[in-house]
Design a protein around this ligand. Structure first.
Ligand code: BES
Ligand code: MN
Ligand code: MN
Length: 459
């Protein structure tokens, strides 16, 4: 369905409405923003109501609410469930933002010559889920929708979606659907449309290593007792070998060899290593021997330190051997790796290999399974046709290295596949300072989504 005339007339308002949404600091990780998170849920519900959806509800959970709404044409028509998240990552470090994170501002960049909206959540995921709200508005302006549509927009994706799992388990009936449509991923580059066909899983861990029972003078005790920071650095360094392989016993047990076809597909995705290095100011890339950069970042499992702290980090120098050292470590998983099993083997390995004179305690955080969307799924085919239609080019299927852990749970609980129809770029700085979303991407998304419904319901 061509919504361009409506889109052209109303695009400025669509942009203003998104800006209003972006002004609310809906940071789910920080309790200081609890009011803003709840206000955001209400604003999302108001929008769904205003465009004419039914049964709009801000559904309470033990955490932040899930916003639900639906539109029914009849029991014989298929049902599309739209998922997204209205929560955002913390904005820090604030001093690195060129304009404040919750004061959306339009600026152009080389990759966004028509302007991009700079704000926390612009791309991940407010700007992207809101395209669905506006696409449905534009479709309803032309008449009834071609199928049943349900919206489920949550407020805890960035903290692991624990209460969305709770909600889904209790609302299987209400959420029943044939396919789930999600815009919370990216595209390769301008002029190279792509559709995400897979996501990595995740196991997120916290490590606490204890040495002496108190902080010590590093002159009086240094050299004679284990230094927790030295010991933790050693322990972490031992988790990779010289080939970049992860040394946790059993880590690769369920990792299948990459099918030649998957590698060939990925090899065809346009990728410029020099430009990649240049964009990140890197002299070189690193990773598991025998794999390309795209393979390392998309379809191989990884282990990365996300945070490492302890001892004295203030101004000047303080001579001290800290009593404790800490780390946060994430492992990105591939299909068939069980996040609970991986968390357990990580915990066992670290706790039983504490360097001499120290003790290690591991606490698992959230996790989730990897996800793969088969390229012959009717939803994938519809997305493919929709993108080809509006971009004038066949999209490239790509496996992303990111995670949306709840997607695997949808498959289990709702028995439906998710189609990852995202429109951001990796360079849009999601989770980083100066996150932004191209206005052209926002417009193209709203233009493309209605075609998804056209092709999906054509059979
Ligand atoms: N939207 C992202 C995931 C993403 C982004 C996937 C780009 C593919 C391409 C999502 O909001 C996210 O940040 N996920 C987290 C995991 C979550 C449990 C915090 C991630 O991947 O780190
Ligand atoms: Mn997201
Ligand atoms: Mn995110």
């Amino acid at each position: 369905m061509d919504v361009r005339p409506y889109l052209n007339t109303h695009f400025d308002r669509f942009t203003d409405e998104l800006k209003e949404l972006l002004r609310l600091p809906s940071v789910s990780a920080d309790p200081a923003y609890a009011d803003a998170v709840r206000q955001t849920a209400q604003l999302v519900a108001d929008h769904l109501e205003k465009i004419g959806l039914n049964n709009v509800e801000v559904c309470a959970t033990p955490g932040y609410p899930v916003v639900y709404a639906d539109y029914t044409v009849g029991p014989d028509a298929p049902t599309v469930l739209v998922y997204g998240h209205y929560d955002v990552q913390p904005a820090d470090p604030l001093e690195l933002w060129e304009t404040p994170p919750f004061e959306p501002t339009v600026r152009t960049t080389p990759i966004h010559p028509d302007g991009a909206l700079f704000a926390r959540g612009a791309c991940d995921d407010k700007g992207q889920f809101f395209m669905h709200v506006k696409a449905i508005e534009a479709m309803l302006a032309q008449g009834p929708l071609p199928c049943n549509v349900k919206f489920m927009i949550e407020g805890e994706e960035e903290v692991g979606s624990a209460n969305l799992a709770w909600f889904v388990e209790r609302n299987r009936e209400r959420l029943a659907c044939d396919v789930i449509l999600i815009s919370d991923t990216g595209m390769l580059a301008p002029g190279i449309p792509s559709i995400t066909t897979g996501l990595r899983g995740l196991a997120y861990m916290e490590v606490e290593l204890t040495g002496p029972n108190r902080d010590l003078h590093s002159g009086l005790y240094g050299g004679a007792v284990a230094n927790p920071l030295n010991a933790l650095a050693q322990l972490i360094a031992s988790l990779h070998d010289a080939d970049g392989k992860i040394t946790l016993p059993g880590f690769y047990h369920d990792v299948a060899d990459l099918p030649a076809e998957t590698r060939a597909d990925l090899g065809r995705a346009p990728f410029d290593l020099d430009a990649y290095k240049k964009a990140l100011d890197l002299t070189d890339v690193v990773g598991e021997t025998g794999y390309t950069t795209l393979e390392r970042a998309g379809i191989r499992p990884t282990l990365d330190v996300n945070g490492l702290w302890g001892g004295y980090t203030g101004e000047g120098a303080k001579t001290v051997i800290p009593s404790k050292a800490f780390a946060k470590i994430s492992m990105r998983l591939v299909p068939d790796q069980n996040p609970e099993k991986i968390a357990e083997l990580f915990q066992k390995h670290l706790e039983s290999n504490a360097p001499k004179g120290t003790a290690v305690r591991v606490t698992p955080h959230h996790g989730g399974w990897a996800y793969v969307c088969p390229p012959d799924h009717p939803g994938y085919l519809a997305a493919h046709q929709a993108v080809a239609q509006t971009f004038g080019k066949e999209p490239v299927p790509v496996r992303s290295g990111g995670s949306i852990p709840i997607v695997a749970l949808f498959e289990k609980e709702l028995n439906a596949k998710s189609i990852l129809l995202g429109f951001g770029y990796d360079s849009d700085a999601i989770h980083s300072p100066n996150e932004h979303y191209g206005l052209a991407n926002y417009r193209k998304g709203i233009e493309t989504i209605p075609w998804f419904y056209t092709y999906y319901t054509k059979g």
